[in-house]
Design a protein around this ligand. Structure first.
Ligand SMILES: NC(=O)C1=CN([C@@H]2O[C@H](COP(=O)(O)OP(=O)(O)OC[C@H]3O[C@@H](n4cnc5c(N)ncnc54)[C@H](OP(=O)(O)O)[C@@H]3O)[C@@H](O)[C@H]2O)C=CC1
Ligand SMILES: CC(=O)N[C@@H](CCC(=O)OP(=O)(O)O)C(=O)O
Length: 362
């Protein structure tokens, strides 16, 4: 099947190319760039210069839309800044079997949220309504044969995979959910600002987007509860670690006959094991979610280059807090890998086609 990538000169585009280059069923036949249109991929990315893609010249947006008009293309990936896909999807949606957008343009079901969090009035509410949200572990059946797929945000993927099983089963109280997450700088994209220069990021850690980060409403949409979300930028290239906290719901300890257990250590250990069992059961059918033992922290380094999400859950009886940790590679499970996983499902292919499960290390 023939695939094209809008935004191939960006980080998401480069990561799509890396995986699609080894994909058994998708062949990349067209690429676009913004300012880099007209250049070859090898000129933009030295690591791709000698690959089979090195000589490919990037179209501009109009050029790639024309290419789709006149050639058979089955699948289009859009890895573009927010409020750019909204203008391209209407032009190509009827020409290809499936469009997968990596931006936020088709993720939020309430159109008014685009005005408050992204600063634009959504111009395509009908397409927004039709789009299928591409978090594969939660939406697999809806993705089969989907025409327009909105790949989730990177922080959102880690946070949702961590918390959904517990909120869905009312194990964690839906009030007072807090997510503190750290991200590598590639999350901001190749076209990002001075704030992401080496001299600003090196030996520096900071929180940002306090209370109003645009991923907050997307996490809330997935979890069906309000959350406090605090992202941090850390001096590394890739990776997200989300540390999620919530109160164990009042009934759980009682139902398990543990209300009377006064030994804090014993109670923490028993409940941690119980919660770990729930998490393992929830993801037993998901090849890209790996549940680690309670008390073991997932490491971002173990996810590098893979489409895996590593998760673990523990309980602290002293504070009655459930702590769920999740690590992903923001460029893979948080962006390009997730998009390819969704494409695999949409086209009825093996879900792991083109996707890696073993990280590069160190
Ligand atoms: N980086 C990440 O971890 C994640 C990113 N995303 C989302 O994926 C999308 C792409 O992100 P990312 O690859 O990181 O961003 P980059 O800044 O690295 O790349 C953006 C791409 O869009 C092109 N572009 C920019 N402006 C225009 C325009 N007006 N018209 C056409 N093309 C344009 C750029 O071309 P050129 O460089 O040639 O100008 C480049 O190819 C974004 O919506 C982002 O929010 C989602 C999850 C995670
Ligand atoms: C480190 C960093 O800056 N991360 C980005 C989020 C990543 C992303 O691309 O999110 P969307 O797909 O929703 O735009 C940010 O905080 O805005």
């Amino acid at each position: 099947m023939k695939a094209v990538i809008f935004g191939a000169s960006g980080y998401g585009g480069a990561e799509l190319i890396r995986s699609l280059g080894v994909h058994p069923s998708f062949e990349v036949v067209g690429l676009s760039g913004g300012a880099n249109a007209g250049a070859t991929l090898g000129e933009i990315y030295p690591h791709l210069e000698t690959s089979s893609f090195g000589e490919m010249v990037l179209f501009d947006t109009d050029g790639l839309c024309d290419f789709i008009e006149h050639n058979q293309v089955d699948l289009a990936f859009l890895a573009l800044p927010n409020n750019t896909a909204t203008k391209i999807v209407p032009r190509i949606i009827d020409k290809v079997s499936c469009v997968i957008d990596l931006s936020a343009d088709f993720r939020l079901k309430d159109p008014s949220l685009y005005e408050s969090y992204y600063g634009y009035v959504h111009p395509e509410p009908k397409l927004l309504e039709e789009a299928v949200y591409g978090l594969c572990e939660l939406n697999r059946s809806q993705l089969i044969g989907a025409k327009l797929i909105a790949a989730p945000g990177c922080y959102v993927t880690a946070s949702t995979l961590a918390l959904f099983p517990f909120l869905d089963q009312s194990i964690i109280d839906s009030n007072n959910v807090v997510i503190s997450a750290v991200s590598g700088v590639s999350g901001a994209g190749r076209g990002s600002s001075v704030a992401n220069l080496f001299s600003e990021i090196d030996s520096n850690v900071m929180a940002y987007g306090l209370f109003g980060h645009r991923h907050r409403p997307e996490i809330e949409q997935n979890l069906g509860s309000s959350v406090l979300f605090i992202p941090h930028l850390v001096p590394m290239t890739r990776g997200i670690l989300a540390t999620c906290f919530g109160d164990l719901s009042g009934e759980v300890a009682g139902e398990l006959g543990l209300s009377h257990v006064s030994d804090i250590t014993a109670k923490s250990s028993l409940l941690s094991r119980y919660l770990n069992g729930l998490l393992s059961d929830f993801y037993s059918g998901d090849q890209f979610v790996e549940v680690l033992a309670p008390g073991v922290s997932p490491r971002t380094k173990s996810t590098l280059g893979t489409n895996n999400a590593l998760v673990s859950v523990s309980y602290d009886a002293q504070t009655n807090k459930v702590i769920v940790l999740a690590a992903i590679d923001n460029m893979v499970k948080g962006a390009a890998g997730q998009a390819i996983q969704a494409a695999n499902i949409a086209f009825g292919l093996a879900e792991d086609a083109g996707l890696s499960k073993v990280s590069f290390y160190p």
